[in-house]
Design a binder for this molecule. Structure first.
Ligand code: ZN
Length: 144
């Protein structure tokens, strides 16, 4: 059993982007605000002139928690699992995870980048993150 997101007309562009390893965010053509999750109008100025832009995939670890008690039976075999908040370079904060970590402290403020472990699979196509080991060197060559 899995819990898959409900794909609506409002969110289809976002989910289709993840299938193709692209993290898409909405941007207001009127005031240039960028946000997530998708909204029908700009949350800053209420303009309906909204476009999709591709995020860089880079961000910083804002916070995290280790979940030790499954909140739903589908997560029972996954505990403890990691839930992270990532502040994207473009501004929005995403809820996600970082695979391959062991329970313990993580470096708040560390630089991360998006990875798409299930790209191409509608049932697995979520964005997750990984730490950038040599952030300064990687930022010089890979960041926009
Ligand atoms: Zn706006």
């Amino acid at each position: 059993m899995r819990i898959n997101p409900e794909i609506t007309a409002l969110t289809a562009e976002y989910w289709d982007g993840l299938l193709n390893q692209r993290l898409l965010l909405q941007k207001c053509a009127t005031c240039t605000a960028i946000w997530h999750p998708p909204e029908p109008v700009c949350p800053m100025c209420q303009s309906a002139d909204v476009e999709w832009v591709e995020a860089s995939g880079f961000g910083t670890l804002y916070s995290y928690t280790w979940v030790h008690h499954a909140t739903h039976e589908v997560f029972r075999d996954d505990v403890p699992y990691l839930v992270v908040l990532v502040d994207l370079l473009e501004g929005p904060r995403l809820v996600s995870t970082i695979h391959g970590q062991t329970v313990g402290a993580l470096p708040i403020g560390a630089q991360v980048r998006a990875v798409y472990p299930g790209a191409g699979d509608r049932d697995e196509g979520l964005v997750t993150f990984e730490f950038i080991e040599n952030a300064d060197a990687n930022q010089e060559t890979k960041a926009p």
